[in-house]
Design a protein around this ligand. Sequence first.
Ligand SMILES: Cc1cc2nc3c(=O)[nH]c(=O)nc-3n(C[C@H](O)[C@H](O)[C@H](O)COP(=O)(O)O)c2cc1C
Length: 259
Amino acid sequence: MKVLAIMGSPRKGNTYKITQQFEKNLKKYRNVDFNYIFLKESDLKECIGCFNCIRIGKEHCPLKDDRDNIIKQMLDSNGVIFASPVYMLNVTALMKKFIDRLAYNGHRPQFFNQDAMIISTTGGMGLKQVNKYLKSVASIWGFRSNTVLGVITPPFKLKDKIIKKKDKDIAEAAKEFYKKLSNSNWSPSLSNLIQFTAFRAIADVEGMDEILTADYNFYKPLNDKKFYFDVRVNPIKYKIANILGNLIKNSLRKTIKKD
Ligand SMILES: Cc1cc2nc3c(=O)[nH]c(=O)nc-3n(C[C@H](O)[C@H](O)[C@H](O)COP(=O)(O)O)c2cc1C
């Protein structure tokens, strides 16, 4: 089993210590191959907003850096940890830069074989916002599940004594994450299905082959499918999701006609 931790802090401080403690706890269940990517040490350029990745495909991104290598390592893992301290009620700029560079995954998700783990630390505020945000990102990128660990830490580098006090929460999160990693009976939720049917419906609107070419090509072969890949789908949930998808398609058609 492989786990990759994507570290969003510019320093190896509290978030790193908490993640290392998480690693220790996770390894109690199974021999996990645990790897770290420190975004601070990665060559990851800032998105320039050309829209190429979303519109015509990720291979048309003009920036050449570590992005594809990071994605490859994520796809090669069973679990991916998104670890960030809270910076002004949000993730760090490093974490945001990483998320923006992978934004096209919101249109065409691909992390279907991965479970996400969110680890955030804060001096006192902002955990809720950051956890909610990172959960949403993981979910729209296709991650099967997400587990959250938010830790309030003092504003100086953590001493082992303090880590010990946090260990109960860390151990519980590791147990929950391990359970999800071991679940072979996953099935998409209603919101997973709505995302699928909505994006598929949008890609099917007349003219989308030119406007959102990559989405059009991605969803075209999925027209008679119930999800991105073959998996057990609840038929009632699918029906509801498909009705919503068609409503979106019709309203988009009307908007385009008006213009
Ligand atoms: C620039 C900056 C902004 C921060 N913003 C917040 C904040 O909005 N709310 C908060 O409670 N703590 C905030 N903190 C404190 C950090 O979230 C906290 O110390 C965290 O554990 C640091 O993690 P690290 O050691 O992994 O970098 C901020 C710290 C820095 C350096």
